[in-house]
Design a protein around this ligand. Sequence first.
Ligand code: FAD
Length: 422
Amino acid sequence: MPGTIIIAGGGIGGLATALSLHQAGLEVEVHESVEQIGALGVGINLLPHAVRELDALGLLPELEAAAVAPATLAYFTKRGEPIWDEPRGRSAGYGWPQLSIHRGTLQRLLLDAALDRIGPDRVHTGHHLVDVAETDSAVTAHFAPRRGAEPTISVTSDVLIAADGIHSVMRSIRYPDEGMPKWNGAMLWRGLAEAPPVLDGRTMIWAGHPDQKFVGYPIADLPDGRQLFNFIAEFRMHGVELTEREDWNQPGVLDDFIGRFESWVFPWLDVPALIRSSSGTYRFPMVDRDPVDRWSFGRTTLLGDAAHPMYPIGSNGASQAILDARVLTACLRSYPDDPVRALERYDEERRPATGGIVLANRGFGPELPMKLVEERAPDGFADIADVITPDEIADVTEGYRRTAGFALAALADGISLADRTY
Ligand SMILES: Cc1cc2nc3c(=O)[nH]c(=O)nc-3n(C[C@H](O)[C@H](O)[C@H](O)COP(=O)(O)OP(=O)(O)OC[C@H]3O[C@@H](n4cnc5c(N)ncnc54)[C@H](O)[C@@H]3O)c2cc1C
């Protein structure tokens, strides 16, 4: 087995990888850029195949206690008319739930587990990866106390896994001409509101169409019977250049987007009132990067958003990072004396799979039926069956499940990815 494995990045992907490798008996160290890991972000979704892996890591009871398991995903028009709904998670027959959770809660849960199992002396903060040097037998990572500072710490190991997010330093070393992420013109305002349960309190809502959309789902039940409701209000801008580097923590301005949603008062949800009840929003452009030809070079590889940043559509950002962690673990176990081959094998397995999702999301992913309904009946309809058939929708949603790896049949054997041989 390889000696110490260094992970750059203590986000969802980096921490899941650390826990997974540790579970397989490997020595790991995490080096996270920020000095203090805070509860950042808003809601995030974990699909059943990712939850299966977190279950195999022994984290399911804590996760379920901290999350809401949506039982239904429902599509609506911009007027709130139902288009389609489908069961999710256990309600759809999976052995594991889908989970909606605050990103900060998920990261804290993974961090606490890492501190407990791997040890606080192996989880370093204020270590920003700035450079890498490699020989045939080892890789050395150079870390600075923060972005833009000179490196002060160098760590040599057998393998370096870069889970350093969409602005990955490792990726920019491998692909120096890649530049900034690509924007599709859609801007997202993400926030949280404390609200009475919407519909049955267990439904994830997608309303509108790709040019203007509202997504909402609860991420926690509150003691007073209300819920912490995560929302995303988004619309596509035309002829506008992105002038800022995107930032998950960029505050949003209500007046920049609320006007577009004033008329979205549905019989079952007053969208503008819900948005107004939130204490604030974060503004985030819908960006991704082109799939690349290679993640693994010698003793280094990419994981999570560093490897496959994708549009936040279809609940795949965190889920796919967790799957990466588990397949990488299996590959390192499968080639105990050859870490270079193990990383190549991981690349062969995960790069095409995730590249397919990046491209599917550019083609609207599971939201395609909402686009078709808007195009075919922009002014409404008497009967949705006149606009789109259930088979047409099911083809899209089942196709997306297959692309993203969570078709029901794919999980039927119940075997965790980390227990497979590659
Ligand atoms: C602050 C923040 C808030 C987010 N909020 C949301 C949200 O609300 N909803 C959503 O769907 N997704 C959100 N995301 C993205 C989501 O977490 C990821 O898409 C997904 O979980 C994949 O995880 P990842 O570990 O690959 O990337 P990330 O979760 O982005 O983690 C990357 C980690 O690497 C660290 N890092 C960056 N550069 C370096 C470096 N050079 N050296 C060492 N460490 C480095 C970062 O500080 C971060 O902790 C957020 C990401 C961040 C960083």
